[in-house]
Design a protein around this ligand. Structure first.
Ligand SMILES: NC(=O)c1ccc[n+]([C@@H]2O[C@H](COP(=O)([O-])OP(=O)(O)OC[C@H]3O[C@@H](n4cnc5c(N)ncnc54)[C@H](OP(=O)(O)O)[C@@H]3O)[C@@H](O)[C@H]2O)c1
Length: 354
């Protein structure tokens, strides 16, 4: 198995290099800048890994750079501008494709644009294989089995610790600032639209005495969950204090002056809790909780596992949501050794899984 990493020179790309190296998976490092690619190979201790240079405006070069690999992990954000060319080239090269995108409109565009192309090429495309979307989407599928028919699914993200965002994440936030300000897409009555009011303004975290204020946030799960769960309403929320910060743009110059991303120490002290709440049409409730540390390290683990499974186990060709491509329980359980725990509970039959 050989996996190409596009955007291998970036902060997230280097974490994916480390993860593939840890799994002894053969890799090809691809990016637009030869010097930065070489530096990434050296700092990651992977000087012998194959390296190819290809820009996103050169389709033939990109296809040639991917050809012969089994899958592509795309870490080159902002995806809204750079992503579609990489998806198109991966499909043309006959490679399965996953990416670390969190940009909601780009993710929806991948489903809307590339489904037929991927199907004809016999490859599987799974966008948004990041720390939030994969576990949230898989757990939503498990919750739906408990409370179907499903009225609503709410996904809420809470991250604490001093890690902050990488420069790449800040650039992606800047590229999608309108969505961050207005809450982006919600899903309601069979379609995705902007401007759908949130049903919830607060969420109570496990073990908390008081609810936490939340606001709409354009998370990837809103795009993927309705593809496999028949549901009337899906919304995504974030801690209100964090939401206010994300909606305040900073300039490209300020972003350029910041460190590449959180230090290893800061990543270790960061904690995330993602809640997935499902309500059935009859009022039954079920909750999924995902907890872990280090959002960028977790994204590297999840993207690597997502690509590896497409190659090793196969999936239907086309553009798929995580729960359409992977067995939810098996994938979620594989994350435990990496410090990502999960539970699914409902008030009537309080069972839990890890
Ligand atoms: N939960 C989530 O939503 C989540 C989690 C993790 C990561 N992410 C996303 O992952 C992305 C990567 O983050 P990062 O911190 O690794 O960013 P980064 O350090 O800025 O790295 C970006 C990488 O993409 C390449 N790149 C950027 N624009 C390009 C273009 N137009 N053409 C070709 N290559 C291009 C860069 O190449 P050069 O080195 O040549 O500049 C670099 O390799 C971001 O979009 C971030 O939002 C999302």
């Amino acid at each position: 198995m050989q996996i190409a990493i596009y955007g291998a020179s970036g902060y997230q790309g280097k974490l994916v290099i480390a993860e593939l190296a840890h799994r002894a998976i053969d890799m090809r490092l691809v990016g637009r800048n030869a010097t930065r690619l070489r530096e990434a190979a050296v700092t990651s201790g992977m000087v012998d890994a194959e390296q190819r240079v290809a820009d996103t405006d050169d389709h033939d070069a990109l296809v040639a750079a991917f050809r012969g690999c089994d899958a592509v992990i795309n870490c080159a954000g902002p995806f809204t501008s750079a992503g579609p060319a990489v998806v198109r080239a991966a499909i043309a090269a006959g490679c399965h494709y996953v990416d670390t995108a969190g940009e909601q409109f780009y993710i929806k565009a991948v489903f809307d644009t590339f489904a037929d192309e991927a199907e004809r090429a016999g490859v599987t495309v799974v966008p948004a294989t990041n720390d939030g979307c994969v576990p949230g989407d898989l757990i939503a599928h498990l919750l739906a089995e408990r409370v179907q028919p499903v009225e609503e699914i709410t996904v809420s993200h809470f991250v604490v610790g001093s890690a902050g965002l990488s420069r790449g994440s800040l650039r992606s936030a800047l590229d999608t600032i309108d969505a961050l300000k207005n809450g982006g897409l919600g899903y309601d009555d069979g379609d995705w639209r902007t401007g759908i009011p949130a049903r919830h303004t607060s969420v109570t975290l496990p073990g908390a005495e008081h609810p936490t204020e939340v606001v709409k946030c354009p998370l990837s799960e809103v795009v993927t969950i309705p593809r496999h769960v028949p549901v009337r309403h899906v919304e995504s929320l974030i801690d209100a204090a964090v939401g206010a910060r994300l909606g305040t743009p900073i300039t490209p110059e300020i972003i350029d002056s910041l460190p590449e991303g959180p230090t290893d120490e800061n990543r270790r002290t960061q904690r995330f809790t993602y809640l997935i709440d499902a309500v059935g049409r009859d009022g039954r409730r079920a909750r999924g909780v995902v907890q872990g540390r280090d959002t960028y390290g977790s994204t590297a683990v999840i993207a690597a596992e997502a690509a590896r499974r497409l190659v090793a186990d196969g999936a239907e060709p086309g553009v798929l949501a995580p729960a359409q491509a992977y067995d939810p329980t098996s994938f979620l359980t594989s994350l435990a050794p990496h410090g990502i725990s999960w539970t699914v509970t409902d008030p009537d039959t309080p069972t839990a899984q890890h």
